[in-house]
Design a protein around this ligand. Sequence first.
Ligand SMILES: C[S@@+](CC[C@H](N)C(=O)[O-])C[C@H]1O[C@@H](n2cnc3c(N)ncnc32)[C@H](O)[C@@H]1O
Length: 262
Amino acid sequence: MKANYSRYYQRYSSVAPFVFLWHAILTKKLRKLSLINRQKDYLRLANNPQLLALHDSLNQHLLEGIQLWKSYDYGEGYFYQSFQKIGISGFRDTQARIETMGLPELLKDRRVLEIGSNAGFLTLSVANYCSYIIGVEPAGHLVSIAKDTAAFLGVNNCEFRNSSFEEFSSATRFDTVLSFANHSTYDGNSTQSIKVYIDHCAALLCEGGMLLFESHPPEHEGEGLKTVIEEIARNFTIECSNILQYGSFLDRNRTFIVARRN
Ligand SMILES: C[S@@+](CC[C@H](N)C(=O)[O-])C[C@H]1O[C@@H](n2cnc3c(N)ncnc32)[C@H](O)[C@@H]1O
């Protein structure tokens, strides 16, 4: 069910939580969870006109996405990444992810590139640790969400590029590349082989630069992860590799690798 909820964000409505709940009852799986998240977040917007206005603009972009972006929607009509600061629940627990991966320390004062930055909620959550951070994301409506949120929060050491990673190039090199659930994508928008993808990551890094890699959940990745790790090991020294346990069922059991460019 892809409903238009914009009117509920233009003016707070006490009916809206019941509508979201009703729609959640009528649907299944991840879309049900996205509606439950929407309802939970909406209740926090009562008596907060500034946040309501932000959610209004972000929801307008989600709607543009439904109309114009025909690829798989990772957020199932709402948000894939959570962002506590602006009252957004997502399928992925951004804060727990950052803490469990140790990103504050790993990204401290570094020039960072994030591949497939989605709505930019992880980018914006780590921006204050970084020297600067660039997010690359092919879905234009997600880039608009990221830019509006950056403006709302006054974050100004980040940049969001509306581009695929394949088409992304940069004259300057980065200290760290974040490849989180992005070495392959289920939406059909990734065209590079794993070898070309990892070579591209290495080429964008300065000498001794770091690749931080997160896999897909094991049930999606299967045996293919071995090949990905072999490709990483061709260009990088793997400093640590862990299976992380945090957050929701969509966060847990992913492999996280910290690797240094040879
Ligand atoms: C599974 S989501 C992961 C989002 C984010 N990296 C995270 O882990 O929270 C995959 C993201 O990659 C983006 N994407 C798809 N094809 C891409 C490409 N060729 N280059 C860069 N990003 C791509 C999608 O639009 C989506 O936002």
